[in-house]
Ligand binder design. Sequence first.
Ligand SMILES: [Zn+2]
Ligand SMILES: [Zn+2]
Ligand SMILES: [Zn+2]
Length: 166
Amino acid sequence: MTEEQEVFLKHIQQQGLKRTAQRDLILDVFLRTEGHVSGEDLYRLVREQDPTVGQTTVYRTLRLLTDAGLAREVRFGDGRAHYEHHYKHQHHDHMICSECGKIIEFYSPELEAIQDAMAAKHKFELTEHLLRMIGVCADCRRAGHEKKPDGANRPKVRAATRHSNS
Ligand SMILES: [Zn+2]
Ligand SMILES: [Zn+2]
Ligand SMILES: [Zn+2]
């Protein structure tokens, strides 16, 4: 059994649940999928392996994986929860392109330290944080410049333009 399987088994036993072939399969598919998957994505991938697995089972198991510390829920502003590997993975934050949906992962010790300092200043016990930066990626900015500048292809989300005469 892998470390992840042991962590999962321990968690489901604590919950008074049984180990099942379907739960094992969902864990396995999740661990083989790098990046960020939504519940629907995972459901689709699991169904490719075993069409008898129900959507509810997939969603419930994702919840178990999250509670067990194997998965981390991340939100990119599209209203859906996405999940990524969490166990023994270094913490990171995300930049999301509002044009193409690309996700850039980054880690900044300075930003982490500032968040800790802010929490301490407010006597706030920080247990987790989700930092999401929304904008336009380099590829989309380049593509936007190549298109005609009539505003039709302008990014939907951008910083307000400041007019010096207003
Ligand atoms: Zn962070
Ligand atoms: Zn983009
Ligand atoms: Zn990520």
